[in-house]
Design a binder for this molecule. Structure first.
Ligand SMILES: *Cc1c(COP(=O)(O)O)cnc(C)c1O
Length: 427
């Protein structure tokens, strides 16, 4: 496959951008070689600067559930851009997006828009601390919540892939207030909260782990967390930056019917532009400035471009049958991949919730981050390159989710299954 132009771009970018990329997971170093530089995309297809075409399952790491350059989203953006890109003053569009989110997500009475998932989790935690007057926070090993200092302890794919237990540049004093327990272990949460009674402000987690592969909550786990946190006045925060509007219109909390106190959103709610949001109960959200004393602000927060892409995307997702369609497509793909590994006797643990799916090269079922860490990453490398050379683009890491969008056709999915089966048969 021709990739000389990508290579030349890579040589240029590496000199002036750290690692040649503006976000570490885009780098192909964990699969060896250089990333493909992208020229454009449409529907489920991306085209690199050498003119190669790929069926895309990265979807910009989740946001593009309608596919790339969806005509309705593009038209709405073109229309709104002529009216100015940011005013630093409120607009009716922001209220419209907030209303859609409040109507969709059970835990959210009020919501504040920010510019990224990282900002959402950082602000939610500040708020939980301000609301409870407590300093410590509890997180789950392998859950990623953006690059917030105190959330980089045991933080999933990017960090896991790069073999760092922690990031440099995070003072011990800051990391000290972050406690970590394994996923799918409610007992560990209970004993940690009891051992630090009245000191823990919040428990933050991805209700479905999506940054260390895909790890699903065991039956009753999220309910148990709801009970324990409620008993101890610990704010329960679901980080639904990936799962919000992905596994169901109302996110994982409606999929599993468990209501947290606060929710963080991002990715899909920006329709491919930079947006994040955090929201929750009135009682908590009323502590945010200027109503309350917990400060949080943003020059470009709620700008009309990002908000318009979000509104347009969420409206299309609210149409009847959308999630059934996504489910059916993803199920066909996951079933095809599982048949391929089984037939060829390749150890694999397949994981899918709604339209997010992946598999680990492990012999055991993965239920927490330690289980995920046993995956055979060399084998993944072979799988990744096999697929890429057949025009199938998945994330360059064993520890990432794949995303099916509404525009993957039956044909695209069959072609993907065939390509993957051929690659797996040669392993
Ligand atoms: C992507 C992600 C974030 C960070 O969002 P950014 O927009 O990249 O800052 C936070 N939490 C989860 C669960 C994510 O998947």
């Amino acid at each position: 496959m021709e990739c000389s132009k990508s290579l030349s771009e890579w040589n240029k970018s590496q000199k002036i951008i750290p690692g040649g990329v503006n976000s570490p997971v885009r780098n192909f170093s964990k699969v060896g070689e250089h990333p493909r530089f992208i020229d454009r995309a449409r529907g489920c297809r991306i085209f690199d600067v050498d003119g190669n075409e790929y069926i895309d399952y990265v979807a910009s790491w989740g946001p593009l559930i309608l596919g790339h350059a969806h005509p309705t989203v593009v038209h709405a953006l073109v229309d709104v851009v002529h009216r100015g890109t940011s005013f630093g003053a409120p607009t009716p569009l922001e209220t419209e997006l907030a209303q859609i989110i409040v109507d969709a997500v059970p835990s959210i009475d009020k919501v504040r828009l920010v510019n990224s998932g990282t900002e959402a989790t950082m602000s939610a935690i500040r708020l939980a601390r301000g609301y409870t007057g407590r300093d410590k926070i509890l997180k789950i090993d392998g859950c990623y919540h953006g690059h917030v200092d105190y959330l980089l302890a045991k933080a999933g794919s990017g960090v896991a892939t790069f073999g760092l237990s922690d990031s440099g540049g995070v003072p011990e004093d800051i990391a000290r207030n972050t406690l970590t327990v394994p996923f799918n272990n409610a007992e560990a949460v209970k004993s940690t909260i009891e051992a630090n009674s009245d000191e823990i402000a919040c428990l933050i987690l991805e209700p479905i782990m999506g940054n260390m592969g895909i790890i699903q909550p065991k039956d009753g786990y999220l309910n148990q967390l709801r009970e324990i946190t409620e008993q101890h006045g610990v704010v329960l925060i679901f980080d639904e930056v990936i799962t919000g509007f992905r596994v169901a219109y109302g996110g994982a909390q409606s999929y599993y019917n468990v209501t947290p106190d606060m929710t963080c959103l991002g990715k899909i709610i920006g329709g491919g532009l930079p947006v994040g949001a955090y929201g929750g109960k009135n009682e908590i959200m009323n502590c945010v400035a200027p109503e309350g004393d917990v400060y949080q602000a943003g020059t470009l927060s709620g700008n009309p471009l990002a908000v318009t892409a979000g509104i347009t995307t969420l409206k299309l997702l609210s149409e009847p049958g959308v999630y059934q369609k996504l489910e059916a497509k993803a199920d066909t793909l996951a079933t095809g991949l599982a048949e391929a590994t089984k037939k060829n006797r390749i150890d694999a643990c397949h994981s899918r919730v709604g339209s997010m799916l992946m598999f680990y090269f492990t012999s055991e079922i993965v239920t927490d981050a330690d289980g995920a860490r046993t995956a055979d990453t060399d084998r993944f490398k072979d799988y990744f390159w096999g697929l890429l050379n057949k025009g199938i683009y998945i994330a360059p890491s064993q520890f990432e989710a794949g995303f099916v969008s509404l525009v993957h056709s039956d044909n695209d999915i069959q072609n993907t299954i065939e390509a993957a089966s051929e690659v797996i048969a040669q392993m």
